[in-house]
Design a protein around this ligand. Structure first.
Ligand SMILES: [Zn+2]
Length: 190
């Protein structure tokens, strides 16, 4: 089942998401599958639960599209439950990021190249693992979502000002997008 993706401007994207227990979500695998289905339909490489309206510390990543640049990413498809970043290391590097909640806007974002996380997989098996390069990049972007942060927060004041109007347009649905979205500022009955 595919969910509509919540657009920029919705408060759920600004809330720090909460951790959850296995017995609160007995159907977690189904939720993870639905999130992957939603992400693939929108041609994304990552999707966080707040982006489908659920304020929980869960995100999914499939970085296998980057496997021609980095063969270690072949088949890199993972769910991260209750993730916590333990450390981020290295010299920040820029990459042109986009976000399914912010269609048509791409900007260079600077992040550290290596991230170490504690998380559970969809079988509630605990992992403490480090990721680098594009895997780290996608994980850091999704992790920001469960912290209530967006990549646009990391831009310079000038870049922020330049995209301000386009962000407002997105929140009221004035954007063309080929997947189902939910816009916070669309007036009812229109
Ligand atoms: Zn995003």
């Amino acid at each position: 089942m595919k969910y509509p993706i919540i657009a920029y401007g919705d408060p759920v994207l600004r809330k720090k998401a909460t951790a959850f227990e296995p017995d609160e979500y007995p159907h977690i695998k189904e939720l993870v599958e639905n999130m992957f289905e939603t992400m693939y339909a929108a041609h994304g490489v990552g999707l966080a639960a707040p982006q489908v309206g659920m304020s929980m510390r869960l995100f999914v990543v499939d970085a296998s599209v980057f496997d021609d640049e980095d063969p270690s990413l072949k088949g890199f498809k993972k769910a991260f439950l209750n993730a916590t970043i333990l450390e981020e290391t290295g010299e920040e590097w820029g990459f042109n990021e986009g976000c399914l909640s912010i269609p048509d806007i791409r900007e260079d974002v600077y992040r550290k190249p290596t991230v170490k996380l504690s998380y559970y997989d969809e079988n509630w098996k605990h992992h403490e693992e480090s990721f680098s390069g594009m895997a780290a990049r996608v994980i850091q972007h999704e992790y920001d979502h469960i912290e209530g942060k967006l990549f646009t927060d990391k831009l310079s004041p000038l870049r922020k000002r330049l995209i301000e109007k386009r962000l407002k347009d997105i929140s009221r649905g004035a954007v063309s997008v080929d997947y189902k979205m939910k816009f916070p500022d669309v007036k009812k009955g229109r």
